[in-house]
Design a protein around this ligand. Structure first.
Ligand SMILES: Cc1cc2nc3c(=O)[nH]c(=O)nc-3n(C[C@H](O)[C@H](O)[C@H](O)COP(=O)(O)OP(=O)(O)OC[C@H]3O[C@@H](n4cnc5c(N)ncnc54)[C@H](O)[C@@H]3O)c2cc1C
Length: 493
């Protein structure tokens, strides 16, 4: 068997956005960096490769202009009319509103004050932004989406001397007699390998890919749910850190989970995603209504802008009979030709009457027809505006479950239904870190020497719900913090 001993200043476990940000920041400190990736090279890069946006602070044209290439000033001004700014206070409020004020405020403070600095730092590394193609309430996407971001990250890191070890899954942390983390043990196709390092950054995702952990922490029904992203995030880093006494933090019983086409595959990898795109999301609920197989509504589909509700809708759907729901639309909505109708693979049912649509869906028809009629009667006057960047205030009155915004009657045939299921995106529970340095805290309250963490592995920022674009932003902000902290500590030792 091949001798498999490697040594680095900073070892990063995982190759997602958080890991790459940590690796870039460690290189800023002149550290020799090694990166372990469980996936084979074509599928390297984690859920980060499947994304579109980061939610960051910007104060208008002057802050955005340097980030955006290949766009005229005029077009950029026009784009900014949709969302002219996102102040620090607005980002803070977004995160507090979506978490019912339960976000860790120390972490949120760092997240809010560092988001624009981090985006500028990424731009300095060679990244740029383009107009969003309308998937969330962020007006800009990373150029090439998360896939483009990650391919550039790999190139920048490798050109600066970092080594990626693919098909290499970290299994254990190695500590010295004093409890200092001095490396990891990993499984590779050639057997067990030892990676020694002066600092280790764990950035290997949450536990969304692990049915046993999903059932244990998220509860019944979550073991069989389908994953929107990669199958590699099986909570390994969390298990390894908890085994040496790391402090758990944040919400371990909640996660990001969104409505997806009923045909969502069990997982998606970067290599297939690059060809097919993110074609499974079904976010028309906000301008439609959702019913379950009893023909009944079960959630306020318009409680906030779509970017602040989609991540909690998955859980609402999972708790319905059979874990299935139906997004119901009529010709008025269809004729608006909203972005989501471009999804080529959308499973749909269509009929000229509500009764026939209900029969086609095999749901409780009398209940379904009554639900739609009661809903139609409850829709209040006002101007319907499907712009998902702002609330239109057009809601219902008198329903037990209201629809607070984007309420339009469903009365123009043909009627259409999209059957949807819950797809888990990532888990919120993680480790407690020092928000300034990314160092992992021990249950004793002291920091664990040599151990840092970033990305989905860190708990505290997201609880119960989420504002779109925050995962990638947090991964970059705290990845950079952890890489700086790990790099500085390594180079001083
Ligand atoms: C379809 C989809 C769309 C999304 N869109 C957005 C969006 O537009 N904006 C946004 O902010 N968020 C989005 N998200 C959420 C976003 O992907 C995450 O918040 C973010 O990617 C987390 O980054 P990360 O680096 O922590 O994890 P990941 O990018 O998932 O990286 C984890 C890495 O760790 C590796 N790994 C796991 N275990 C081991 C091990 N034992 N040893 C070595 N390596 C290991 C994995 O292979 C992977 O490379 C989306 C998610 C999905 C699934």
């Amino acid at each position: 068997m091949k001798d498999q001993h490697f040594e680095y200043d900073v070892l990063v476990v995982g190759a997602g956005n958080a890991a790459c940000s940590a690796a870039l920041a460690a290189q800023d400190q002149k550290a020799k960096v090694g990166i372990l990736e469980k996936a084979p090279r074509p599928d390297m890069g984690g859920n980060s490769t499947l994304t579109g946006h980061m939610r960051f602070v910007f104060e208008g044209f002057d802050t955005v202009r340097p980030l955006v290439k290949n766009m005229t000033d005029e077009d950029l001004h026009k784009l900014l009319e949709k969302v002219p700014h996102r102040t620090e206070q607005e980002l803070w409020d977004d995160m507090m509103a979506t978490t019912d004020n339960m976000a860790d405020q120390d972490m949120l403070q760092v997240h809010v004050t560092e988001s624009l600095n981090t985006v500028r730092w990424l731009a300095g590394k060679g990244h740029d932004w383009v107009p969003s193609h309308q998937i969330s309430d962020n007006i800009l996407s990373m150029n090439g989406g998360g896939y483009g971001l990650q391919q550039r990250n790999f190139k920048i890191l490798e050109e600066a001397g970092a080594t990626f070890h693919c098909e290499t899954a970290a299994t254990d942390l190695i500590q010295d007699d004093q409890g200092r983390v001095m490396g990891v043990r990993a499984v590779t196709p050639a057997g067990v390998a030892i990676f020694k390092a002066k600092s280790v950054v764990l950035a290997c995702g949450g536990f969304e890919g692990n049915p046993e952990m999903r059932a244990r922490y998220l509860g019944p029904g979550w073991d069989t749910v389908r994953i929107r992203g990669v199958p590699f995030n099986t909570g390994d880093g969390l298990r390894m850190a908890l085994a040496i006494g790391a402090m758990p933090h944040g919400s371990w019983t909640t996660c990001h989970a969104a409505p997806q086409d009923i045909g969502l595959p069990h997982f998606t990898c970067p290599s297939t995603y690059a060809i097919e795109g993110n074609d499974w999301v079904r976010y028309m609920y906000y301008v439609s209504i959702m019913v379950n197989s009893n023909g009944e509504r079960f959630v306020d589909e318009g409680s906030d802008t779509r970017g602040k509700t989609y991540a909690k809708m998955g859980r609402a759907i999972l708790t319905q009979p059979g874990g299935v729901a139906y997004q119901i639309m009529d010709a008025k909505i269809r004729n608006m030709n909203l972005y989501h109708f471009n999804y080529v693979r959308a499973t749909t049912a269509k009929a000229d009457t509500l009764e026939k649509l209900g029969e086609e869906l095999d749901i409780n028809v009398p209940n379904f027809v009554r639900t739609v009629r009661e809903y139609n009667a409850a829709v209040q006057p006002g101007k319907f505006n499907p712009d998902k960047h702002q609330l239109d205030g057009k809601g219902t009155a008198g329903l037990t479950i209201p629809k607070s915004n984007y309420a339009l009657t469903i009365d123009e045939p043909p009627f259409e239904a999209w059957p949807v299921r819950c797809g888990i995106t990532f888990t919120y529970g993680g480790l407690k870190i020092n928000a300034q340095t990314g160092q992992v805290q021990h249950c004793s309250g002291r920091p664990i020497a040599g151990l840092y963490a970033a990305g989905e592995m860190v708990g505290g920022l997201f609880v119960g719900n989420y504002a779109s674009g925050s995962g990638m932003m947090a991964g970059a902000v705290f990845g950079r913090m952890a890489g700086n902290g790990a790099g500085k500590a390594a180079m001083q030792s």
